[in-house]
Design a protein around this ligand. Structure first.
Ligand SMILES: C[S@@+](CC[C@H](N)C(=O)[O-])C[C@H]1O[C@@H](n2cnc3c(N)ncnc32)[C@H](O)[C@@H]1O
Length: 234
């Protein structure tokens, strides 16, 4: 079962500030938003849409057709009730098994999902196929310094230990007090994989909390948690 359908984890996720406040409650939004192209009249696909915040943003900013897919029934049901819009369709589906139509979208978004996927190259190929020429892929994945973090926790001496960096693959992590499976990918895999799949990298950002949040979340200034990329289909 997907972790997000486990009632206790789903309930813990719902308590997060970003789950309650939406995009303005997400520390990386100030960096992610400028990576999105003009959405007016665009066809948009959101891979792992969760509660649907990015889908709603796209529809509110003029996208003509938005599809959000997520593996979790509970997340999709939450998306349908919180972020419903006449131009958004939500589907329960895995982004790994989804049948991607060729050259059907102008924009593909994936926020905080790809570290749950083992084979990034396969996803990149599918995203490249489903974008129209010049189409934009905006992704936010947990940073390799974070996914290679031991248990994804600060150690008792207060440092952030990184280990087995060059061994990508499954990691059992402690997220919100639950044992959650994620996948570590090296920086080379994440970025060169996009280039190999036929993308041009337009922007790479490491999420840093806005200045006014830094006192509240000092650990986010000690190691990057997220890597944001804007890639364009050549
Ligand atoms: C941290 S949440 C992010 C949700 C949303 N994109 C956001 O930024 O608010 C991760 C989401 O990825 C979904 N997910 C994990 N593996 C997936 C897969 N193989 N296919 C589709 N969705 C997946 C989970 O169900 C969950 O909703």
């Amino acid at each position: 079962m997907n972790h997000y359908d486990e009632p206790a984890f789903f309930a813990a996720y719902a308590q997060m500030y970003r789950s309650q406040a939406g995009l303005t409650g997400a520390g990386e939004w100030q960096q992610l938003q400028p990576l999105l192209p003009d959405l007016r009249g665009k066809d948009v696909l959101d891979l792992g849409c969760g509660y649907g915040w990015h889908c709603k943003y796209a529809a509110d900013h003029g996208a003509q057709n938005v599809i959000g897919i997520d593996l979790s029934e509970k997340m999709i049901s939450e998306a349908r009730s919180r972020n419903n819009h006449e131009r958004i369709e939500y589907h329960v589906a895995s982004l790994v098994d989804w049948v991607y139509p060729s050259a059907a979208y102008d924009v593909v978004v994936s926020s905080l999902v790809l570290h749950y996927v083992e084979d990034l190259d396969m996803v990149y190929r599918m995203v490249h196929k489903t974008l129209r020429p010049g189409g934009v892929f905006v992704m936010n994945i947990e940073h390799p310094t974070f996914t290679a973090g031991v248990n994804q926790q600060f150690s008792e001496d207060g440092t952030w230990p990184v280990d087995h960096y060059y061994y990508p693959g499954k990691r059992q992590t402690d997220f919100l007090g639950h044992s959650i499976t994620k996948y570590h990918h090296t920086l080379t895999q994440i970025l060169n994989g996009l280039i190999r799949a036929g993308f041009r990298l337009e922007a790479v950002e490491e999420a840093m909390p806005p200045e006014e949040w830094r006192e509240m979340m000092p650990e986010e200034m000690r190691r990057p948690m997220m890597l944001l990329v804007k890639a364009v289909k050549q």
